[in-house]
Design a protein around this ligand. Structure first.
Ligand SMILES: [Zn+2]
Length: 283
């Protein structure tokens, strides 16, 4: 997502307006997309950005652009900092709004959160959202279906550009692939990602993601030898199509694949002092 730009505020449909989190970076692209959803005077906000001081002003401009006067409530996709870091600022500027997310063991806890779970329906004028439990990138990840558009707010599960990182801490590739398949069972339509541009054909993107992971898995399996090797060495051989600056992140993805393959009896590890220091071989 290097070099990708996006306006601070964009209107992507009659009921979806984007306010950019103003936190550009190597992995966040132009920044986190936070979404105003609905058609009435008070909108639902999905995610709150990272906590950049200029974000509340951008959000106020987005509300004005959308023709709304305030927020109804806040929904969070997961507790990574670039999604929840702006929560306190938003509540300070727009009132003590209810903020809801999935609460699970193993995910960071946030103060004053209303717990919602898989299948929860949240309504506002002009929009009906339904929570879809989609762990793998994070253990507490929810996507939100937008029933009126057969669309999905995908959080970090599907991005506008590039692929999702499966972090060693809290990530699980097996669960992630199951979550992608679960999203494929939703009606085809747009995907509104947490980073990057809107995806017009959500089903095509999901199939592309699943094929990409399968291809990486095949490459990693082919790269494993009979004697154990360190992850960076495997990364160097598999990620020939990716700039070296991204190899540290790729090490997380490769480790996620190896952990999955180990679980399936197809890879074995010679222990290191930390997860990334493990050495891996074919089983
Ligand atoms: Zn995330």
């Amino acid at each position: 997502m290097i070099g990708l730009t996006q306006p601070e505020v964009s209107v992507w449909s009659e009921r979806v307006t984007v306010a950019l989190g103003m936190n550009p970076g190597l992995f966040s692209g132009p920044g986190t997309n936070t979404y105003l959803v609905g058609t009435g005077p008070r909108r639902i906000l999905i995610d709150t950005g990272q906590g950049r001081p200029e974000y509340p002003l951008v959000l106020a401009r987005a509300l004005e652009r959308a023709g709304a006067s305030g927020l109804q409530e806040i929904l969070l996709t997961h507790a990574h900092v670039d999604h929840v870091g702006g929560l306190a600022d938003v509540q300070a500027h727009f009132g003590p709004l209810r903020a809801s997310k999935l609460v699970v063991h193993g995910a960071p806890t946030l103060p004053e959160i209303t717990a919602i779970s898989d299948g929860a329906v949240i309504e506002t004028e002009g929009a009906t959202l339904r929570a879809i439990f989609t762990p793998g990138h994070a253990p507490d990840h929810l996507c939100y279906a937008l029933e009126e558009e057969s669309a999905v707010f995908s959080g970090d599960n599907v991005l506008g550009v590039g692929t999702t990182v499966i972090p060693i801490e809290g990530g699980d590739l097996g669960l992630y692939l199951a979550s992608l398949r679960r999203l494929l069972a939703e009606p085809p339509g747009r995907i509104y990602p947490a980073h990057g541009p809107c995806v017009a054909d959500g089903h095509a993107k999901l199939r592309e993601y699943l094929a990409h992971r399968q291809q990486r898995e095949d490459q990693i399996l082919a790269a494993l030898g009979s004697s154990p090797e360190a992850v960076p060495e495997i990364v160097r051989r598999v990620y020939t199509d990716v700039p070296a600056v991204l190899h540290a992140a790729a090490a997380h993805s490769v480790t996620a694949h190896l952990v999955k393959l180990e679980r399936e009896g197809r890879a074995r590890r010679a222990g290191g002092v930390a997860p990334l220091a493990d050495r891996w071989a074919a089983a």
